[in-house]
Design a protein around this ligand. Structure first.
Ligand code: NAI
Length: 328
C-alpha cells in the first residue's frame, strides 16, 4: 500500500529521538517499501531544536519518508497516528523526590493518554520508552478508556537485548543462536532477566552455562544496572541502543515474532504467573497481526518466583503512588 503509516514520536528533539527518527525514516521499522509520515511532539522551548533535526531529516533524502509534521499540541500531533512512540519524559532533576517525578510525568502521560484517546487512529499501538516507562504506560492507558488496553506497552526490549548480548559473550554463541530470552517485571533495577527458559543453539541456557554464581552475581546485576554503567562511561544515558530497542519492539509487535522465539514486552497483566492483574509488567510474549499473547505454561522455580514477585511489588508501589495522586 502507498498510504503512509503515521508514526508519532514524543521527545523528538531529545537524545533518543536523534537516533530513532533517522532509523524510522530509513525504513528500519516497517521496511523500505512502506512510506512513513513522522509526527513529532516536543515541548515549546524545544521546537527550534526540533526544526534543526527536521532539516537534517530533509537532508538525508530518505525515499521512505513521506512527510514530517512537528508541534507542541498532542491533539494535533497524535491525529490519525497508527503508532505512537512515547519517548519524551521528565527526567529527575536535582532535589526532585520520587513523588515529584511521578507527578511531573503523571501530568505528561495523563494529557497524552487523553489526546491519543481523542484523535489517534483506530488501530493505534502505543509504546512507552520514557521513564518510569511501565508506570507512564499505566497512566496513559487509564486516561485512554476507548483504546483497548492491549494497545499499550512499555519498553523492556533494551533490557532483553542487553541480556542476549551478555549471554552471547558468556557462551561464545552468536546473538542469532539465542532464543527465548525473558525480562520479567519493571524496567528498573528490580527487573528479572531469566535464563532458565532461554536457549542457546537449541540448548537450555541455564544448563549450558551451569554457573548459578555467575547468573546471580554477574549476569542479572550487569543487565539490570547496564543503564548506570553507560552513564558512567559515556557521560549521558543510553540513546542509540534505546532507540534501536524501541524500533525492535515496535517492529516485532506489528510484524510478528518468528516461530520458536518470543520477545519481552511490558503489557497489561491478566494475572498470568500470579502477577497482580492490571499492572504493566514485562512478560515473554509472542505477537502476530499486531496483537501479543503472553507465553503460558513456563515452569517457575523458587528462585525465579521470588525475583518475579519483588519486581511486581515495586510496580504495585508505583501504581499505588500514582493512584494516590489521582492520576489513575
Ligand atoms: P532527553 O532528555 O535527551 O530527551 C527527552 C525529550 O523529551 C526532551 O527533548 C524534552 O524536551 C522532551 N519532552 C519532555 N516533556 C515532553 C512532553 N510533555 N511532550 C513532548 N516532549 C517532551 O532524554 P532521552 O535520553 O532521549 O530519553 C528519553 C526518555 O527515555 C527518558 O525518560 C529516559 O529515562 C528514557 N529511557 C528509557 C529506556 C528504556 O529502556 N525504557 C532506555 C533509555 C532511556
Amino acid at each position: 500500500s502507498t498510504t503512509p503509516v503515521k508514526v508519532a514520536v514524543t521527545g523528538a528533539a531529545g537524545q533518543i529521538g536523534y537516533s530513532l527518527l533517522f532509523r524510522i525514516a530509513n525504513g528500519d521499522l516497517l521496511g523500505p517499501d512502506v512510506p512513513v509520515q513522522l509526527q513529532l511532539l516536543e515541548i515549546t522551548p524545544a521546537l527550534k531544536a526540533l526544526e534543526g533535526v527536521v532539516m537534517e531529516l530533509d537532508d538525508c533524502a530518505f525515499p521512505t519518508l513521506a512527510g514530517v509534521e512537528i508541534g507542541d499540541d498532542p491533539t494535533k500531533i497524535f491525529d490519525g497516528a497508527n503508532l505512537a512512540l512515547l519517548v519524551g519524559a521528565r527526567p529527575r532533576g536535582p532535589g526532585m523526590e520520587r513523588g515529584d517525578l511521578l507527578e511531573a510525568n503523571g501530568a505528561i502521560f495523563t494529557a497524552q493518554g487523553k489526546a491519543l484517546n481523542e484523535v489517534a487512529a483506530d488501530d493505534v499501538r502505543i509504546g512507552v520508552t520514557g521513564n518510569p516507562a511501565n508506570t507512564n504506560a499505566l497512566i496513559a492507558m487509564h486516561n485512554a478508556p476507548d483504546i483497548p488496553q492491549s494497545r499499550f506497552s512499555a519498553l523492556t526490549r533494551l533490557d532483553h537485548n542487553r541480556a542476549i548480548s551478555q549471554l552471547a559473550a558468556k557462551t561464545g554463541a552468536t546473538v542469532r543462536e539465542i532464543k527465548k530470552m525473558t525480562i520479567w517485571g519493571n524496567h528498573s533495577a528490580t527487573q528479572y532477566p531469566d535464563l532458565f527458559h532461554a536457549e542457546v543453539g537449541g540448548k537450555n541456557a541455564a544448563e549450558l552455562v551451569n554457573d548459578q554464581a555467575w547468573l546471580e552475581n554477574d549476569f542479572i546485576p550487569t543487565v539490570a544496572k547496564r543503564g548506570a554503567a553507560i552513564i558512567d562511561a559515556r557521560g549521558s544515558s543510553s540513546a542509540a541502543s534505546a532507540a534501536s530497542a524501541t524500533i525492535d519492539a515496535a517492529r516485532d509487535w506489528l510484524k510478528g515474532t518468528p516461530e520458536g522465539d518470543w520477545v519481552s514486552m511490558a503489557v497489561v497483566s491478566d494475572g498470568s504467573y500470579d502477577i497482580p492483574e492490571g499492572l504493566i509488567y514485562s512478560y515473554p510474549v509472542t505477537t502476530s497481526g499486531g496483537d501479543w499473547e503472553i507465553v503460558q505454561g513456563l515452569e517457575i522455580d523458587d528462585f525465579s518466583r521470588a525475583k518475579m514477585d519483588a519486581t511486581a511489588a515495586e510496580l504495585v508501589e508505583e501504581r499505588d503512588a500514582v493512584k494516590g495522586l489521582g492520576l489513575i
